[in-house]
Structures are given as structure tokens and as C-alpha cells.
Design a protein around this ligand. Structure first.
Ligand SMILES: [Zn+2]
Length: 178
């Protein structure tokens, strides 16, 4: 997984009623087996939708990428409870509390800051968990979780008013490649 997440920063943050989402200007890219995907947005789920070895996490972020043909690749990163996450603080400071509200970002948010130091990942094929639920999405789930404080998780669930995940899907239809 090669990437250039420094060429474009997030430019707006929105509350769509289901999640908090940061939209990106064109230019940040991720490449997989020589194929280039552009970063479109990232958004959050609490608790996590994916699991690592049967363990679920209080929060997960999905970095959604698309190639020129519209094929999607999503990078999932788990948050485990621990130290405050500084990158998340920047987002949370600017998240709209009203449903269907969005605002321009005044503090720069870069996708690179969301990644764990160890870039190893699990890879599998599956479907996107939020609308539109398209099949054929390439999933990369980072093996190493990053940290989030209990207060940060509470801040998110309070704004969203409810848990934002859906039941974990059986893994039988999507072999995990390592
Ligand atoms: Zn998602």
C-alpha cells in the first residue's frame, strides 16, 4: 500500500445524521498493486464494524478511496481505548452537532495522521457498510489499532445520539489476504 496523503487535506466536515465525515480535495492518493485510488472522504463508526481476531473496538475510521472507474477501496483503522488521539481532537473540535450540517475546516486535517505507525494490514473483499452498499469494495484493515480516549468516544456517540455500526458480517464470502 503506497500512498501520498500530503497532497491534499480535508476541506469540509459534515454530520450526515449517521456519522461524522471529512471530505477531501482531489489529490491525495493510495496505490495498491500498481493501481491508483484517490482519497474521497473518511468517516467513523462506534463501535467498530470490523473485528480483528474476534475483538471489536470502541471506534473505527473508514478512509474511502475511488479509482477513475469508480471502484472503491476502503482503509479501516481501529481505535482502542487509551491516550487522547490528537488527529481526532482536530476533527472533533470542528464537528457539527446538528444533523445535516457541514462546515469548512479551519484546522488542517491530514489522512496520514490517522494511520498507525505500523502499516501492516489485512486485505479482503466485501461490501461498503454505509449507503450506497456496493459490492466489490477492496478492504484494507490496519492490523495495529491507534488510541482514542474514553472521552473522545463519548463525545462522538453523544453527538450521533446512537451507535453507528451494523452487525458484523460473516467473513465466509471474503477471504482475508495477508
Ligand atoms: Zn464506514
Amino acid at each position: 500500500m503506497g500512498r501520498d496523503y500530503y497532497s491534499a487535506a480535508g476541506n469540509e466536515i459534515l454530520n450526515n445524521g449517521h456519522t461524522i465525515q471529512v471530505n477531501f480535495r482531489p489529490g491525495s492518493t493510495m496505490s495498491l498493486n500498481g493501481h491508483t485510488y484517490e482519497l474521497k472522504q473518511f468517516h467513523f463508526h462506534a463501535p467498530s464494524e470490523n473485528q480483528i481476531k474476534g475483538e471489536s473496538f470502541p471506534l473505527e475510521v473508514h478512509l474511502v478511496h475511488a479509482d477513475k472507474e469508480g471502484n472503491l477501496a476502503v482503509v479501516g483503522i481501529m481505535f482502542k481505548e487509551g491516550a487522547e488521539n490528537k488527529a481526532l481532537t482536530k476533527a472533533w473540535n470542528q464537528m457539527p452537532e446538528q444533523k445535516n450540517a457541514k462546515q469548512a475546516l479551519s484546522q488542517v486535517i491530514n489522512a496520514e495522521d490517522m494511520l498507525p505507525s505500523d502499516k501492516a494490514y489485512y486485505r479482503f473483499n466485501g461490501s461498503l457498510t454505509t449507503p450506497p452498499c456496493s459490492e466489490g469494495v477492496t478492504w484494507l484493515v490496519m492490523k495495529e489499532p491507534v488510541t482514542v480516549s474514553k472521552e473522545q468516544v463519548e463525545q462522538f456517540t453523544k453527538v450521533m445520539g446512537t451507535h453507528t455500526n451494523r452487525p458484523v458480517q460473516p467473513l465466509n464470502a471474503r477471504p482475508v489476504l495477508q
